[in-house]
Design a protein around this ligand. Structure first.
Ligand SMILES: [Zn+2]
Length: 139
């Protein structure tokens, strides 16, 4: 990392490295239990449905709806000060798990529970690729 990227960065371990590798390729990967089929996110070693440690990774479709959000006026880390205020969404992905990412393309005043959003990817400088959400295209 160069000195120009000042935000905290993830330190992937064996359970989370595939997730971060997926983001770098433009895929949001979710763990699926190989024994009972339950999807889980965030990445972790054990299925909370059947306690199996066998899993595989599946790519999210990218569709979801707004579950909740926070408008962050006070940065929790100085690396986020320049972009504050920013909006952090919690999204119910179509697959049935929740994800978080910053909102792009919409002011906080336009947010509502259940608003359809689409997953995207963004890389700032030499930082990691992170998931972001935009309003879903009208159909
Ligand atoms: Zn299971």
């Amino acid at each position: 990392m160069s000195d120009s990227f000042t935000k905290p960065v993830p330190h992937p371990g064996p359970d989370t490295q595939p997730f971060w590798d997926g983001l770098a390729r433009g895929e949001y990967l979710i763990q699926r239990c190989k024994d009972c089929g339950k999807l889980r996110h965030y990445p972790r070693p054990v299925c909370d449905g059947c306690w199996s440690m066998a899993h595989e990774w599946v790519a999210a479709s990218g569709s979801g709806t707004v579950h909740s959000w926070t408008v962050c006026h006070h940065p929790f880390h100085m690396g986020f000060k320049a972009q504050s205020p920013y909006i952090l969404l919690t999204v119910d992905l179509a697959e049935g798990v929740r994800a978080q990412g910053q909102l792009r393309g919409l002011p906080a005043e336009a947010l509502r529970l259940g608003l359809p959003v689409a997953l995207g990817y963004e890389r700032e400088g030499e930082g990691p690729v992170l998931p972001i959400f935009r309003p879903a295209e009208e159909r």
